[in-house]
Design a binder for this molecule. Structure first.
Ligand code: NAD
Length: 361
C-alpha cells in the first residue's frame, strides 16, 4: 500500500460522461501503479441519472461524499429527456449545487494548443503555435451575485434592470493567491484583467493584486483592461501565461481562450474551494448526440484528471506524466472522430484511453 492515497469522488453523470469517465479511471489506475499512488474511487449519482433514481439532480449523499473526498472528478450532466423539467430540477442545477456546496470560488481553464491539432483552430497557425495559457476566473462573486439585483420600477414609472458588481478585498485576495500560485507552477507570468479606467470595483481589484505581488517575487505581474485583453487574446495569445480576472470578464475571456484551440473535446477545467475539495471536469457537455457509441473524445476528461493531480492533490509529477502521455498519443497520430484529419488513425473512446495508458509507460 502506498503512503500516497487519495479518496476520489467519481461523478460520471450523463451521456458521454459515463464513457469518458470509465476510460479515465482505467488510465488513472495505470498511472497509480507507475507512480506508486493509490486512488480510492467512490462513485455517486449526479445530473439526469440522479434525477431518474432519486428525483434530485444533486442528492445529499452525493454532496456528502464529495465533502469527504480529496477531490471530485466529474463527467458531464444533461440530456434531451430532462429538458422539459422545471428549472430547479434540471440536471444543470447539480453543477450550481456543487459550486455553492463546496464553496468553489476559483475556476481554472487552460487553453493549450497541441502542435498536431493546430488545424482545428479558426486562427492562423502562426498566431496560435505554442499557445499555453491558463485563465483563472473568480466564480462566486462579482456582478452575478452582487446586491441589489432585479428589475425595479423607477421614480418615473419606467422599468429599470439592476445588477451590482462588487468585490470584497478578501475575495480579490483569495482568487489572486490562487492565480499567483498557479503562475509559480508555470512560466511565472500573471496578467490581471480589469476595467480600472472606468470601474471602482476594478480599481480595488488592481490595488489588491499589486499588494499581493511582493509575496510572490518570482512572478511578474502585469495588468490589462478587459477590452484590450479580448483583443490581445486573438492578436498575440502567446504573450499570456496566467490570466486572472473577475466573474463576468472571466466568463467571456475563458470561452474566447478556449476557442483558440478549436477542439471542445480537448478542454479540461478545475474549480477550487478554500478548504473543500476541488472539482475537475471537462468543459464540454454530455454530448447526447454521440452518447453510447464509443466515439467520444476522452482526452478532456483525462486532462481534467491531470489538473486534479496538479491542483487538487499536489502531485505535479504524476500530472506531467499524464499530460505527456496525451501529447504522445497525438504525436503518434491517434485521433477520435472530433479531431480526425486525413492520414491519421481514427480510434473510439476506449481505444484512445488504452493508447494513453500505454503511453504512460
Ligand atoms: P456539448 O458540449 O455536450 O456538445 C456540443 C457538440 O460538441 C456536440 O456536437 C457534441 O457531440 C460535441 N462534443 C462535445 N464533447 C465531445 C467529446 N468529448 N468528443 C467528441 N465530441 C464532443 O454541448 P450541448 O450539445 O450544447 O449540450 C448537451 C447537454 O450537455 C445539454 O443538456 C447541456 O445542458 C449539457 N451541458 C453540460 C455541461 C456540464 O456538464 N458541465 C456543459 C455544457 C453543456
Amino acid at each position: 500500500m502506498s503512503n500516497r492515497r487519495y479518496k476520489i469522488a467519481v461523478l460520471p453523470g450523463d451521456g458521454i460522461g459515463v464513457e469518458i469517465m470509465g476510460v479515465t479511471l482505467e488510465v488513472l489506475e495505470k498511472l497509480g501503479q507507475l507512480c506508486d499512488i493509490d486512488f480510492l474511487f467512490s462513485e455517486a449519482l449526479i445530473g439526469g441519472a440522479a434525477i431518474d433514481q432519486t428525483g434530485h439532480p444533486l442528492p445529499p449523499e452525493t454532496l456528502e461524499l464529495c465533502r469527504y473526498s480529496d477531490a471530485v472528478l466529474l463527467g458531464a450532466v444533461g440530456g434531451y429527456q430532462w429538458d422539459e423539467l422545471p428549472s430547479h430540477l434540471r440536471p444543470e442545477q447539480a453543477l450550481l449545487g456543487l459550486r455553492s456546496g463546496l464553496n468553489l470560488f476559483a475556476n481554472l481553464r487552460p487553453a493549450t494548443v497541441f502542435p498536431e491539432l493546430i488545424h482545428a483552430s479558426s486562427l492562423k497557425p502562426e498566431v496560435i503555435t505554442g499557445v499555453d495559457l491558463l485563465v483563472v476566473r473568480e466564480l462566486t462573486g462579482g456582478i452575478y451575485f452582487g446586491q441589489p439585483k432585479g428589475i425595479f420600477t423607477s421614480e418615473t414609472g419606467e422599468q429599470r434592470g439592476v445588477n451590482t458588481m462588487a468585490y470584497l478585498a478578501s475575495e480579490i485576495d483569495r482568487i489572486g493567491r490562487v492565480a499567483f500560485a498557479a503562475a509559480q507552477q508555470r512560466r511565472k507570468k500573471l496578467c490581471s484583467v480589469d476595467k480600472a479606467n472606468v470601474l471602482e470595483v476594478s480599481q480595488l481589484w488592481r490595488q489588491r493584486m499589486n499588494a499581493l505581488a511582493p509575496e510572490y517575487p518570482d512572478v511578474t505581474l502585469t495588468h490589462l483592461y478587459v477590452d484590450n485583453a479580448a483583443m490581445q487574446l486573438i492578436r498575440w495569445p502567446q504573450q499570456f501565461d496566467v490570466i486572472v480576472t473577475g466573474n463576468l470578464f472571466g466568463d467571456i475571456l475563458s470561452d474566447e481562450a478556449a476557442m483558440l484551440t478549436g477542439s471542445i473535446g480537448m478542454l479540461p477545467s478545475a474549480s477550487l474551494g478554500a478548504t473543500a475539495p476541488g472539482v475537475f471536469e471537462p468543459v464540454h457537455g454530455s454530448a447526447p448526440d454521440i452518447a453510447g457509441q464509443d466515439v467520444a473524445n476522452p482526452l478532456a476528461q483525462i486532462l481534467s484528471a491531470a489538473m486534479m493531480l496538479r491542483y487538487g492533490l499536489s502531485e505535479p509529477q504524476a500530472a506531467a506524466r499524464l499530460e505527456y502521455a496525451v501529447a504522445e498519443v497525438l504525436r503518434q497520430g491517434y485521433r477520435t472522430g472530433d479531431i480526425y484529419t486525413e492520414g491519421m488513425q481514427r480510434l473510439g473512446c476506449k481505444a484512445m484511453g488504452a493508447q494513453v495508458a500505454a503511453a504512460l509507460a
